[in-house]
Ligand binder design. Structure first.
Ligand code: UD1
Length: 417
């Protein structure tokens, strides 16, 4: 599938932001830990959710997904498998998040070692260091990681880097461990808090989620519960940039402004009008977009997932901007494609220097990864002539019905085979 995007008028209207991709994936994996039925609400309609659903079904979970209502009912009373199939798990790095829950619930897990991906080598050493500290035996062979433990034991674990996935995986592994686990230098992303809230509602005893020290007191039993995932802060940020770059006016519903502080601050620095209220966020683009410097950091710093979408805005700003990527080693794949559209960007190691240009021109470009794909759509909305974006399955992994949402705001685009 490809997206054909033509120069669009200023986007106007209201958009409802979907449930968070990065929350729903660990939350679904965590459902493996409970007895009885859980009902998860505000499920975004994403390829990555389909993959996680298929993985969990393979382990023996009973799952019903009502896509119209955005609800998944899941019951993991009968876990019969502990090995994740390569063909399925290798499609999504977040598949590795099933390791902690399987290990905790049935004492064994076998998951393919995630390969590198477009944005870097992305190792899982911190996840494994955590499982080993909890007493699991870890075997790496034939491209798989196997972990075994009759009963995990609480431990103090220091993460060399506040990895989101490692923090989540270790929390899930530790919920049934004997005694207390403390994760230090833990990631503090809102998605960690959402996962802990879900687990605590199931009966877990997790304290300090959202701070850099998370304490997990092991419990004996978790029961299924109801939970709604938090709104997707990256989807929200992307629509905010869509409003700004087209000089339109967009109202975002179902957002938590607190989760978007660095994005809102940087948009304001760019001269974009952003008004937060209890009902949502209004973004109003102005003619002049000012250049700004950005450095991606773990939360509450500027999110690496917003780096590519924001670069589209900076590529037409007045003056020179600098973007420093500190979280991933190779996250500038979009730069080559943006340059094909007329952007002036120079990469020096982990920095990109962007000279704002007056206009972009559409051409054929390729979505190299999820957020890179989003940045191409944003640039295409204001580019002269037509942009044809290929490999859009990357975009569909993480943006729920982005084509329909943009069309409803007035964008001129269509999905074609
Ligand atoms: C999650 C998000 C992703 C986001 C990222 C950073 C999900 C499903 N995905 O990914 O959208 O871009 O957080 O905010 O939630 N690292 C190691 N060893 C490890 C683990 C990570 O060196 O064991 C490194 C990674 O290579 C990377 C950095 O730590 O350079 C951040 O990775 P991490 O926070 O783990 O990101 P993910 O959980 O994979």
């Amino acid at each position: 599938m490809r997206l054909i995007v033509r120069k669009s008028p200023p986007l106007r209207g209201t958009v409802r932001i979907s449930g968070s991709k990065n929350s729903v994936l660990p939350v679904l994996a965590a459902s493996l830990l409970a007895e009885g039925k859980s009902r998860i609400g505000d499920i975004p309609n994403l390829k990555d959710v389909v993959i996680m659903q298929d993985l969990l079904k393979h382990f023996g979970a009973d799952i019903k997904w009502d896509k119209t209502k955005g609800i998944i009912d899941i019951c993991a009373d009968n876990i019969t498998e502990y090995e994740a199939l390569y063909d399925l798990a290798s499609q999504m790095r977040a598949s590795f998040l099933v390791m902690g829950p399987l290990l905790a619930r049935i004492g064994k897990a076998k998951v393919p070692l995630p390969g590198g991906c477009a944005i870097g080598s992305r190792p899982v050493d911190l996840h494994l260091k955590g499982f080993a500290a909890l007493g699991a035996e870890i075997i790496q062979q034939n491209g798989y990681v196997e972990a075994y433990a009759a009963k995990l034991k609480g431990a103090k674990i220091y993460l060399d880097f506040p990895s989101v996935g490692a923090t989540e995986n270790i929390i899930m592994a530790a919920v049934y461990a004997e005694g207390t686990t403390i994760i230090e230098n833990a990631a503090v992303e809102p998605e960690i808090v959402d996962l802990a809230n879900y687990l605590n509602a199931m009966g877990a005893d997790i304290r300090g989620a959202g701070t850099d020290s998370v304490k997990i007191n092991g419990v004996n039993c978790l029961k299924g519960t109801n939970h709604n995932v938090i709104p997707d802060r990256i989807e929200a940020g992307t629509f905010m940039v869509a409003g700004a770059i087209t000089r339109g006016e967009i109202f975002l519903e179902n957002v938590v402004s607190d989760h978007l502080k660095p994005v809102i601050a940087k948009l304001k620095e760019c001269n974009v009008d952003v008004v937060e209220s209890e009902k949502g966020i209004r973004v109003c683009g102005r003619d002049i977009i000012k250049s700004v410097d950005i450095k991606t950091l773990p939360y509450p710093g500027f999110p690496t997932d917003m780096q590519a979408p924001f670069m589209s805005l900076l590529s037409i700003a007045e003056g020179t901007s600098m973007v420093i990527e500190t979280v991933f080693e190779n996250r500038f794949m979009h730069v080559g494609e943006l340059k094909r559209m007329g952007a002036q960007i120079k990469i020096e190691s982990r920095s990109a220097i962007i000279e704002g240009v007056k206009k972009l021109t559409g051409t054929q470009v390729r979505a190299t990864d999820l957020r890179a794909g989003a940045s191409l759509i944003l640039s295409a909305l204001i580019a002269d002539e037509t942009t044809e974006i290929s490999d859009i399955y990357h975009i569909e992994r993480g943006y729920s019905e982005i084509d329909k949402k943009l069309i409803a705001l007035g964008a001129n685009l269509e999905k074609v085979k």
